[in-house]
Ligand binder design. Structure first.
Ligand code: CA
Length: 223
């Protein structure tokens, strides 16, 4: 298991770091929020342990940016005891959890394992919008009980839309996440693929799920 630890209190960081290393985890440590974000976006971690009060960039801000960028690594937030309610507002409890300082190392380990398990199950769970079902485990897409054949790009595009169902995704976001390209030169590519996808998914169905939001982008939603 590879762990990213973002914690600016050096004592706490070194206590967690050495404990995890003894347990056989590979651990990267940073004391800065922006560094943490950069590391999380450029490496594959199994879990991220994230303090909230950080120099560079706050923990919740880091978490929000990660999710926006479709990085679904489980995040365990470390927080001081006061104003917990306030602080957990930004957390999606499926793939995130929080731990109040001070905590015991055993508790940290137990929370990490539970969170990791929960997030694994969720990553494999089927996505649904109306009668459209996408199975991330088998890459099968079903609309109204019938299998829909998609190209790899169309599938990736649909999965991205469905993981963000109800949310408008800009062409820039889609370009970065599905194509991994610079948006400027490829505007058309996205529109063309969305149109293909729309033909296959919505086609002759009365209920349309893929929507264009003028001037903003696209979203998938049960309307
Ligand atoms: Ca801190």
């Amino acid at each position: 298991m590879r762990v990213l630890l973002v914690e600016d209190e050096k004592k706490v960081a070194s206590f967690i770091h050495s404990g995890l290393r003894e347990e056989g985890y590979a651990v990267d440590v940073t004391y800065d929020g922006q560094d943490g974000l950069d590391l999380a976006e450029s490496n594959e971690y199994d879990i991220i342990i994230l303090d909230l009060m950080l120099p560079g960039r706050g923990g919740l801000d880091v978490l929000e940016k990660l999710r926006l960028d479709q990085i679904l690594t489980p995040v365990l937030v470390l927080t001081a005891k006061d104003s917990i309610q306030d602080k957990i507002r930004g957390l999606d409890m499926g793939c995130d959890d929080y731990l109040t300082k001070p905590f015991s190392f055993d508790e940290l380990l137990a929370r990490m394992r539970a969170l990791f398990r929960r997030c694994q199950e969720r990553a494999d769970a089927k996505l649904r919008v109306a009668d459209l079902v996408l199975d991330p485990a088998s890459h099968k897409v079903i609309r109204a009980g019938k299998r829909v054949d998609l190209t790899a790009k169309e599938y990736a595009l649909l999965e991205y839309l469905m993981r963000n169902a109800g949310r408008v995704l800009s062409r820039v976001q889609i370009a970065e996440h599905v194509w991994d390209i610079d948006f400027d030169t490829f505007t058309n590519v996205i529109d063309v693929h969305v149109n293909h996808l729309r033909r296959k998914i919505d086609g002759e169905h009365d209920q349309k799920v893929i929507h264009t939001v003028r001037g903003m982008g696209y979203k998938i939603e049960n309307q």
